[in-house]
Design a binder for this molecule. Structure first.
Ligand code: PMT
Length: 412
């Protein structure tokens, strides 16, 4: 069963030396079955765990591992492979390969190809829990993220060492879904914009978390990545709108054509959002704003010595959606979110009224793949007169659903 998004795609599959290398065979098989053309590169250590014969039989191509074929002297060009690839996936990615990638240590075919790759790179780390938690691995992953590499977080469970913790490579089926999402998003972005239906409209969007400082090194925050709000901003911009995105601390690039204002705390977010929300045609409140902040921020780091228990007094933060909602003018349309764990519909309806919103997008942490951090979301769009439930989709697709629902509400 070919996949619309994978068919004909050139994927370089890098395999490192770890016990999870056995899962790479299943991953390769799934990719090939969905119509992708896959070139496997194995590190020398990977061949200790799974044979190149298995991988070349599954891919239908000789596996590349060395710079030269020993008997013929034929040179394998990492540059050509890097240019050929529409995507490079390294699964499993070991601590050592991640370190080499982060530092540019080009001592094997896999890392040289990574350094030559012009398209997107995804890594699926797999290692022992302590190796994964080690500050050097965390730092290397952060460095790779800052280079634009997409990291598929490992799952928790029993590891090869029989220790239990985070370090298991994500399952091949889930990796394939993530790869499909990537190509789906690429095709959405490159699709010709037929519908510039928000041309000339002004949009203001809050996104991401807020961080409320306790002292110079600690804060109260939450797990919002900003992906949902950024996807909405990108889609509005694609449809011709003038978009102002007020973002809490996130590590996402600014979508094309979007004017971004970075803030840290809820108070800063309110200050930055007031003007754009007053001037906009459509206001979207996708941020996960901390409801409380420490009453006093310590000027110096709070020391732990001699303190066995401590209390932090919290005060309520301003409600940005409610503040802007109370000032909403005729002709403006405001959309809020509701992030719930239970009784979602009641809470969404209450927020619609209390914050003077026209629409609430309900997402529930009880639904797997929904809410914080994920690339997907499952939402129910609630207005005064309707409740529409959507299936699990990529956040880009959810953004399109939300904007289409806004259009329908406008036309109603
Ligand atoms: O950023 P991601 O990782 O992609 O995750 C997306 C998301 C889960 C953060 C997003 O889909 C979402 O649900 N955002 C709202 C989260 C939230 O704080 O929900 P709430 O039910 O606590 O707040 C209700 C509404 O009031 C929201 O529109 C919120 O932005 C707004 N609010 C809340 C508190 C506050 N002090 N100011 C606000 O503006």
């Amino acid at each position: 069963m070919d996949s619309k998004f994978l068919k004909g795609k050139h994927i370089v599959l890098g395999i490192c030396g770890g016990i999870a290398a056995y899962k790479s065979a299943a991953l390769l098989r799934l990719l090939v079955k969905r119509g992708a053309e896959v070139q496997v590169i194995m590190t020398p250590a990977a061949k200790e765990f799974i044979t190149p014969v298995t991988m070349s039989a599954l891919s239908g191509k000789p596996v590349v591992s060395e710079f030269f074929t020993a008997n013929s002297g034929e040179w394998h060009s990492h540059v050509d492979l890097g240019l050929w690839a529409d995507l490079m996936v390294i699964a499993p990615a070991t601590a050592s390969t991640l370190a080499k990638m982060a530092c540019g240590v080009a001592d094997n075919m896999l890392v040289t190809t990574y350094l030559s790759a012009r398209e997107h790179v995804i890594v699926a780390p797999a290692m022992d829990l302590d190796m994964f938690a080690h500050p050097s691995t965390r730092r290397n992953l952060d460095t790779l993220r800052s280079y634009g590499v997409q990291v598929i977080e490992p799952a928790s469970g029993e590891l090869a060492s029989h220790l239990v913790g985070k370090g298991r490579m994500e399952e091949p089926e889930r990796i394939v879904e993530i790869i499909e999402d990537y190509f789906r998003n690429v095709s959405l972005k490159s699709a010709p914009v037929q519908n510039r239906d928000f041309n000339g409209k002004k949009i203001a969007i809050t996104a991401g978390p807020t961080y409320e400082n306790i002292d110079p090194v600690r804060f109260i925050g939450n797990y919002s990545s900003g992906k949902m709000g950024f996807a909405i901003a990108a889609e509005f911009a694609r449809r011709g709108a003038e978009v102002t995105l007020i973002s809490g601390p996130v590590s996402l690039p600014t979508p094309e054509g979007v004017n971004r204002i970075d803030v840290r705390s809820a108070c800063e977010m309110l200050k930055a959002a007031e003007g754009p929300m007053e001037r906009c045609d459509y206001g979207i409140f996708a941020a996960a704003v901390a409801d409380y902040r420490p009453a006093n921020e310590a000027e110096t780091k709070i020391k732990r010595e001699g303190v066995s228990e401590m209390q932090i007094n919290l005060v309520r933060n301003p409600d940005i959606a409610a503040t802007c909602g109370a000032r909403k003018k005729a002709g403006q349309l405001f959309v809020g979110f509701a992030l719930e764990t239970d009784k979602g519909l009641d809470a969404a309806r209450a927020k619609l009224q209390r914050k003077n919103l026209d629409m609430v997008v309900l997402n529930t942490l009880a639904d797997s793949g929904a809410g914080f951090g994920t690339d997907t979301n499952k939402v129910t769009i609630v207005t005064e007169n309707s409740i529409i439930e959507f299936p699990l989709k990529s956040k880009q697709e959810v953004a399109t659903d939300i904007i289409d629902s806004i259009t329908q509400l406008n036309d109603a």
